[in-house]
Design a protein around this ligand. Structure first.
Ligand code: RRO
Length: 309
C-alpha cells in the first residue's frame, strides 16, 4: 500500500513530513530530511534578517511534548533561497515557511520565494514568541486580511497559512472566509499554544528565560485542539483547500486520527525533534498497518471519515 497524497495539487509520496522546527534550519539538517521518508522538505520559518533567537534557556522538554520560546532563530531568507537548488536532487516538494514583522516584510519574503524554485510557500501567521505586546497575526482578522491582500497575487506558487489553535468556532468561520476570498491553497494547522507557562516548583522559577517565561506548548498536550481545528477547517473548506494537520503526532494511530478528521497530510514536530528523521519511516509503517487492519486501501478512502457518536 502507498500513502500518496496531494497538497495544493502537488503530489506527496507519503502522508507525513517534518514541521517547521529548529531542527530544519541548516543545509545539513534539510539534506537529512531530503534523504529520509519525509514526504517533503519543510524549512524553519525564516525572516528578512538572520536571527539568533531569544536568550537561553528557550526550550524545555516535557513528558509529552515541548515548551518553547525560540524567537525565530534562522539564517535569513537569502540563505534559504540559496539552499533550494541544493535540495532539488531529493525529488520531493520543498516548502519554505516565512515570517515577517510587517506587511511589507511578508511581501518581500513571498515575492522572493515566488521567484525561486520552491514548491509551496507557508506563511507563518502564528508564531507566539515574538513579543507580548501584539497578538500573533492570525488571531487578528484585520491584520490577517491586510497580509493576504498584499501577498496573494505575487505569483503562481501555492501559498498556505500556518494557523494557531483557535479555541472557538466563530473566528474559524471568519478565517475560512478570508482563505476562500484570497485563494489560499493549504493550511498548516496548528502552531503551538502560545501564552503558556511552565513552572519549576522546586526552584520557584519559570523553566525558560525568554519572553518572561511564557511560550508555546506543543506535543500531545495540544492534540485535541489540533484535531478540533483540522476538523472544523475540513468542514468549512471541504475539498477546496488542503490541510496539513499537526500537534502531538507521535504514532501511526495519531496520524490516523488526523486522517479521519480530514487532514491531507500530517506534519511532525515534537517527535521529529526527539527522534530525528527515522520517525517518518516508523510512523508511516504504523499507519500502513492500521489502514490495512481496518480495510482502507488508500489515504483518500479514510480521509474525513470521522463518524459522530
Ligand atoms: O521560533 C519560535 O519561537 C517559534 C515559531 Br517561529 C513558531 O511558529 N512556533 C513556535 O512555537 N515557536
Amino acid at each position: 500500500m502507498n500513502l500518496i497524497t496531494k497538497i495544493a495539487g502537488r503530489e506527496f509520496e507519503s502522508y507525513t513530513l517534518n514541521a517547521s522546527v529548529p531542527r530544519a534550519s541548516t543545509l545539513k539538517e534539510l539534506k537529512q530530511i531530503g534523504q529520509s521518508d519525509s514526504a517533503a522538505i519543510m524549512m524553519k520559518s525564516c525572516t528578512i534578517k538572520k536571527r539568533k533567537g531569544n536568550p537561553l534557556p528557550r526550550i524545555f522538554k516535557l513528558p509529552l511534548g515541548y515548551f518553547n520560546s525560540e524567537g525565530l532563530p534562522n539564517l535569513g531568507y537569502k540563505t534559504y533561497l540559496e539552499f533550494i537548488p541544493k535540495l532539488k536532487k531529493y525529488n520531493k516538494p520543498i516548502i519554505v515557511s516565512v515570517a515577517g514583522f510587517s506587511v511589507d516584510e511578508y511581501k518581500i519574503l513571498v515575492k522572493a520565494f515566488q521567484e525561486s524554485e520552491v514548491d509551496l510557500i507557508e506563511i507563518n501567521l502564528s508564531c507566539p514568541n515574538i513579543d507580548n505586546k501584539t497578538e500573533p497575526i492570525a488571531y487578528n482578522l484585520k491584520k490577517t486580511e491586510e497580509v493576504l491582500k498584499e501577498i496573494s497575487y505575487l505569483g503562481k506558487k501555492p501559498i498556505g497559512l500556518k494557523l494557531p489553535p483557535y479555541p472557538y468556532y466563530s473566528i474559524q468561520q471568519k478565517i475560512a472566509n478570508l482563505i476562500k476570498k484570497y485563494s489560499v491553497s493549504f493550511l498548516s494547522c496548528v502552531n503551538t499554544l502560545g501564552n503558556s507557562l511552565i513552572i519549576d516548583e522546586i526552584k520557584e522559577r519559570s523553566v525558560i528565560k525568554a519572553t518572561r517565561g511564557f511560550g508555546g506548548l506543543s506535543g500531545q498536550y495540544i492534540k485535541p485542539i489540533a484535531l478540533g481545528n483540522v476538523r472544523r477547517f475540513y468542514e468549512l473548506l471541504k475539498g477546496k483547500v488542503s490541510i496539513m494537520g499537526m500537534g502531538g503526532v507521535k504514532t501511526g494511530q495519531d496520524v490516523f486520527e488526523f486522517l479521519l478528521a480530514g487532514a491531507d497530510a500530517v506534519q511532525i514536530g515534537t517527535a521529529f525533534v526527539e527522534e530525528g528523521v527515522s520517525c517518518f519511516q516508523r510512523i508511516n509503517k504504523e499507519l500502513k498497518s492500521i489502514l490495512r487492519k481496518k480495510g482502507y486501501s488508500s489515504i483518500s478512502k479514510a480521509r474525513g471519515k470521522l463518524k459522530i457518536s
